[in-house]
Ligand binder design. Structure first.
Ligand SMILES: C[S@@+](CC[C@H](N)C(=O)[O-])C[C@H]1O[C@@H](n2cnc3c(N)ncnc32)[C@H](O)[C@@H]1O
Length: 385
C-alpha cells in the first residue's frame, strides 16, 4: 500500500519534472509528463547512503526520493578494500542523467524498447508511462532486483516484460527492438544488442570511460553494424558486470601488481600536465581503458591500468623536466599514453563531440574514429567481447 497521499507525491514529482525542464535537460513535454506522473518513492523504499540507510517514512527520505540525485539501493563488498567497504551495485540513477538519456533515445509511442539494467524499475516505469508497458522489456543480472522491481512496478500500476539475465546476451529469444537503452556502463557494444536492434533502431549506452564517461548514441547502419557520435554529456554509471555478487565488470576486479620483467626508461613528458584536462583524459582512457593516475609528484607518479590486461607505469622525478619510468605488465602503458597525448595535441585537442564509434556485431570489430567514420584516425574501442 502506498504510504503517501497522492497530492504529496504528485506535487513533489511535478516539482522534480519542472526542475529538469528548467535545467534544460528535458525538452519533450511527453517526458516531462512521465516524470511528473511516476511515483519515484515506490521504487526506492530504502536508500543506502554510505553506512547509513534511509527507509520509507524516515525524516529526509522523501526529500531524497524527489531530489535530482542518484540513490544507491544495493552494495557489494569491494574485493580489494579493507573489510566492510562496499561499492554500489545498483541504484536509481540521477534524474538529470535519465532525462538526457531518454531524450537521446528518441523513442516514440509504438516503439519496442529494451532496457538493460532494471535496477529499481523507476526508469522502466518512465518508459512504460511513455510507450505503454507492453512495449517495454527490461533485464537485470540480479534476480532479487528483478523481483523487487516487479513489486515496485506493480504498485505503480505497470506490468512491463521483466527478466533476470545477463544483458550481454540481450533479451532471451528472438526479439527485435526499436530502441535499446543501457543503464550500466559498457566498454564496447555487446554484439547481441546489434543483432536485436531493428532497422532504423538506436542504442543509447553510457561508455565506461573514467570518472564520468560520455554517452554512446548509435544508430543501426547495416544488419550487422551500428554507428554514431559520442555524446559528451557526462554520465556516471556502474559497470556492466557478470557476477551478481561482485560490483565489478569483467576484468575490472582489482588485481595485484603486474608481474614479469619490467621495462626501464626516461621521459620528458610531465605527468602532471596530463591531469585535470577532461578532453585529454577521455582521449587517453579510450587508448588505455581503465586508466588511473595515482601517487604524488614528489614521491613518484603511478599510472595503472585496471582492466583485463593490467599494465602499470611508475614515474619518479629525476633532474628538472625528466622522469624515470618503470613499465610492467602486458604492454608498455606509459609509451601508449605518451603517444596518445602527442596525437591529441597533433589533432588539435579533440573534444568528445569530435569522436564517434562504429561497432560491428563481431568481437574486436568496434572502432572509435575522429570526425567521420572514414577518418584516418581510428582505433579499437574497449577490449572487445
Ligand atoms: C544504475 S542501476 C540501474 C538503474 C535503473 N535503470 C533504475 O531506474 O533504477 C544499474 C543496474 O545494471 C544492472 N546490471 C549490471 N550488469 C548487468 C548485466 N550484465 N545485465 C543486466 N543488468 C546488469 C545492475 O544489477 C544494476 O541494477
Amino acid at each position: 500500500m502506498d504510504v503517501l497521499d497522492t497530492a504529496t507525491w504528485e506535487t513533489r514529482a511535478a516539482a522534480l519534472a519542472d526542475e529538469l525542464v528548467a535545467a534544460g535537460v528535458l525538452a519533450d513535454p511527453a517526458w516531462r509528463d512521465a516524470f511528473a506522473a511516476t511515483p519515484r518513492h515506490l521504487f526506492v523504499p530504502r536508500i543506502l547512503d554510505g553506512p547509513a540507510s534511509l527507509g520509507t517514512g524516515d525524516p529526509g527520505w522523501l526529500d531524497a526520493v524527489y531530489s535530482d540525485e542518484s540513490l544507491a539501493t544495493q552494495t557489494r563488498p569491494a574485493a580489494d578494500a579493507p573489510a566492510g567497504r562496499e561499492i554500489t551495485s545498483s541504484s536509481s540513477s540521477k534524474p538529470t542523467v535519465m532525462a538526457v538519456m531518454l531524450e537521446r533515445l528518441a523513442a516514440e509511442p509504438g516503439h519496442r524498447v529494451l532496457e538493460i539494467g532494471t535496477g529499481t524499475g523507476y526508469n522502466t516505469a518512465l518508459l512504460s508511462h511513455r510507450l505503454g508497458a507492453d512495449n517495454v522489456y527490461s533485464l537485470d543480472l540480479d534476480p532479487d532486483l528483478v523481483d523487487a522491481a516487479h513489486e515496485h512496478l506493480t504498485a505503480a500500476g505497470y506490468s512491463p516484460h521483466l527478466a533476470a539475465g545477463d544483458g550481454f546476451a540481450g533479451w532471451p529469444g528472438e526479439m527485435k527492438f526499436d530502441r535499446i537503452i543501457a543503464t550500466c556502463a559498457v566498454t564496447a557494444i555487446p554484439p547481441a544488442w546489434i543483432d536485436q536492434l531493428a532497422d532504423g533502431g538506436r542504442i543509447v549506452a553510457p561508455l565506461d570511460a573514467g570518472t564520468a564517461g560520455p554517452l554512446l548514441v548509435l544508430d543501426k547502419t547495416a544488419d550487422d553494424e551500428v554507428a554514431g557520435r559520442i555524446d559528451p554529456f557526462p554520465v556516471l554509471f556502474m559497470p556492466m558486470r557478470t557476477d551478481v555478487e561482485s560490483p565489478f565488470g569483467p576484468g575490472q576486479e582489482p588485481v595485484g601488481a603486474s608481474t614479469g620483467i619490467p621495462h626501464y626508461g626516461t621521459t620528458a613528458v610531465d605527468p602532471a600536465a596530463l591531469l585535470d584536462r577532461p578532453d585529454l583524459e577521455l582521449f587517453l582512457w579510450l587508448h588505455a581503458p581503465g586508466l588511473q593516475f595515482g601517487g604524488s609528484l614528489e614521491h613518484g607518479v603511478v599510472v595503472a591500468e585496471r582492466g583485463p590486461a593490467r599494465a602499470e607505469a611508475d614515474l619518479t622525478p629525476l633532474a628538472e623536466g625528466t622522469w624515470a619510468v618503470r613499465q610492467s605488465g602486458p604492454y608498455r602503458l606509459w609509451d601508449t599514453i605518451e603517444h596518445a597525448a602527442a596525437t591529441f595535441d597533433a589533432l588539435d585537442k579533440p573534444d568528445a563531440a569530435r569522436l564517434g564509434v562504429t561497432a560491428l556485431n563481431v568481437p574486436g570489430k568496434q572502432f572509435i574514429w575522429l570526425d567521420d567514420p572514414d577518418s584516418d584516425h581510428s582505433w579499437p574501442l574497449g577490449s572487445g567481447f
